[in-house]
Design a protein around this ligand. Structure first.
Ligand code: ADP
Ligand code: MG
Length: 407
């Protein structure tokens, strides 16, 4: 069994290498004509996956060492965990929570959708409930992700007097400053806005003895490195630092070294990066792409569909075409205001629209329950982006399907 899994992984990597530099997009004028974007074609990888006997793709059932009740958490927190219907800790939670409760620095590496948010929120909330002088700073790469962390924090701190503030760009600073003056225990934000608030002397990073960097790989992709560096340098020396990422790249490692003291590293390996996702290739066979997409979208089972495009313009255009064809669709990309992005996301989450179109950047880390299908209408740029995209479905043990258009 062990060997079979190794083989599976190897062929998987091989596919990645062979296809990384293929360029399936032909420039057709416009923005794309000016540069050749690199892209990742998963065909080979998917063929390898699908030729595997089914049993090899299925991840072994995980049995948690701990129950949430073993962590001896504050009663109120324990009740809130039960109310969220979390029965057993996920692997990263099972391994990380005890270490964090002991006060260690920690590196948590686990695939997307594996429950990293609760892995850091639960022990930190417990710490602050026990010791209200403690303050926590959480850095996230995107506004949406910061909102999501804050929402989850609110659920976990229900019925406690813990306060939090969301410090993200795209909205006025005024409200954020007002709440910061009330000295909330939790500050969740994006690096750029936090730094702006510091420039205006509205926040003093030296007061935060607990710090979380979430989705560090994307923080670096998005060019936040300088702001992150700046913030880290202003933190007090005596602190507990937590670091979460889905992948470790050289850049991630560099930040890690600067940031952590004798960290415990927890890496959750998975046989397949996305064991709950069935991956398929879509060929147009001479038909127009939009027709093929249309056919798919009216097929049974396409209940909650996330469609990825490459550029904000492409995503906007496709979104308009689908709406013209009578579909209810919303989109998130960099040309939308924060309010529009948040509204599109809620409409999709609540089922008011069944199609959400997105660019890679706008979708970092999003946790949307019950996405039935991810459609890569345009190829992702890299293997990491591919994994990230398809990880938006098949979350928390649900099954999902990822369809990738090639040529
Ligand atoms: P990650 O940050 O690793 O991408 P998230 O923290 O966003 O993952 O969690 C993914 C999904 O799994 C969320 O919907 C979350 O509510 C759910 N989840 C997390 N922990 C548990 C648990 N112990 N039991 C059940 N569901 C969980
Ligand atoms: Mg996350």
């Amino acid at each position: 069994m062990y060997n079979k899994n190794r083989n599976h992984k190897d062929s998987f990597r091989g596919g990645n290498r062979n296809f990384r530099n293929n360029n399936h997009f032909r420039s057709r004028g416009g923005a794309r004509a000016r540069f050749r974007a690199k892209n990742f074609d998963p065909t080979n990888m998917i063929n390898n996956l699908n030729s595997m006997p089914q049993e090899e793709v299925v991840v072994k059932e995980f049995i948690a060492k701990n129950k949430f009740s073993d962590f001896k958490l504050d009663r109120r927190l324990e009740t809130n965990i039960i109310n969220k219907n979390y029965i057993n800790p996920t692997p990263i939670q099972d391994a990380a929570i005890p270490e964090l409760l002991r006060g260690h620095d920690l590196v948590g590496i686990a695939k997307t959708g594996s429950g990293k948010t609760a892995a850091f929120l639960i022990p930190l909330i417990n710490k602050v409930l026990r010791n209200p002088d403690q303050k926590v700073l959480i850095l996230a790469p995107t506004r949406e992700l910061a909102v999501q962390i804050r929402d989850e924090l609110r659920e976990f701190t229900y019925n406690t007097n813990l306060q939090s503030v969301l410090c993200i760009g795209g909205v006025s600073m005024h409200g954020q400053i007002k709440i910061l003056r009330r000295n909330p225990q939790f500050v969740i934000g994006t690096p750029g806005r936090l730094k702006d608030l510091e420039d205006q002397h509205q926040i003093n990073f030296n007061n935060y003895r607990n710090i979380v960097l979430d989705e560090v790989d994307h923080m670096l992709d998005m060019g936040f490195i300088q702001d992150v560096d700046y913030i880290i340098n202003k933190l007090p020396y005596a602190r507990q630092s937590l670091f979460f990422s889905a992948t470790i790249t050289d850049g991630v490692e560099r930040v890690m070294k600067k940031f952590l003291k004798n960290p415990v590293t927890i890496k959750i390996e998975s046989n397949a990066p996305t064991a709950n996702v069935s991956q398929q290739i879509v060929k147009t066979n001479g038909k127009s792409k939009i027709e093929v997409l249309h056919e798919l979208l009216i097929s049974p089972g396409f209940e909650k569909v996330l469609i990825f495009g490459r550029t904000k313009f492409g995503v906007e255009k496709l979104s308009r075409e689908l709406i013209d064809r009578g579909f209810k669709a919303a989109s998130i990309h960099g040309n939308k205001s924060q309010n529009q992005r948040q509204r599109a996301l809620s409409e999709f989450k609540d089922g008011y629209v069944k199609i959400l179109l997105a660019t890679d950047v706008a979708s970092r880390g999003l946790d949307i329950p019950d996405v039935t299908h991810v459609i890569n209408y345009e190829l992702p740029e890299s293997y990491e982006d591919y994994i990230h995209r398809i990880g938006r479905t098949g979350r928390a043990d649900k099954k999902g399907t990822a369809l990738t258009f090639v040529n």
